[in-house]
Ligand binder design. Sequence first.
Ligand code: AQP
Length: 332
Amino acid sequence: MNRIFSGIQPTGNLHLGNYLGAIRNWVQLQSSYDCIFCMVDMHAITQWQEPAELRRSTREVASAYIASGIDAKKHIIFNQSRVRAHAQLAWIFNCVARLGWLNRMTQFKEKAGKDRENASVGLYVYPSLMAADILAYKATHVPVGEDQKQHLELARDIAQKFNHDFGVEFFPLIEPIIKGEATRVMSLRDGSKKMSKSDPSDYSRINLTDTADTIALKIRKAKTDPHPLPESVAELEKRPEADNLVGIYAALSDKTRGDVLVHYAGAQFSKFKAELSDLAVSVLGPIGAEMQRLMKDPDHVDAILRDGAERAQAIADPIVAQVEEIVGFLKP
Ligand code: AQP
């Protein structure tokens, strides 16, 4: 069976974009793949994290995976820093990746902002660690949101260059899985910006732990335009906020944008938003409630992560040992 690896940074404010762009797809894919889902805490510290908050957030993301329906017995859930193979392979990949490749990464430019000189070196080499996360397990498929496409292309380049430089066919070619109607959920306040954990406005996103009232309020206040909903998907093209809300409705109900418009063409936003709120609460409410329950039992969550890490390590260690041998490290 082909293997999936994917992860989320435990950096707080887990939101609807993380759910629709990643977790919801993982739940659907787990019947067809052997899956490894990670809380990438080593990626998280590429930007400053309060240590206590990082621990809390790691448990929160694990709770979201479990509450959304990931089967932690059949598959693997763990936090990245427990398995040393990620760091070991990332160093080797730092020596394979080229400066020119990393210079092109748009996420580094966005996250480093104007104060580039002050960004951590870790943030710059983030894509090498991401390639190591995937390839330490020889994963073949990586389900992510649209924003991670460029990093995955870089991971493919690293795998190919490694195979070429050492004259081996060791690493598989990674295939991204970018699927669904919400591969890029946008901010509720600005249809040109992606919904993000770090947006200073809490009204820009729906957090997975928001109450039903908060979800309804945020959707009611979401920016829209004055026109009724159109008849065709093509007409959404120049209406980013309308497109975003229709996309969210479609993803939450496992429909296409076209299906949603068949039902709502000509409707006012007041009606559409009220029904979108009900739908969002019906999907997210039980997940949020189960997350809260799991967060009250950190020992249980920690036990799942310890078990997951042991199983992850058993896969990754022999793969990284072979890589070290290919590279020429003298062992044991
Ligand atoms: N807005 C989004 N729409 C669809 N998918 C999204 N993802 C993130 N935002 C959206 C997907 O969620 C997974 C987790 O990625 P991550 O942990 O790297 O998340 P992130 O980039 O830290 O999330 P944010 O909210 O974008 O954080 P900041 O504000 O720090 O930049 C990935 O599969 C990603 O594609």
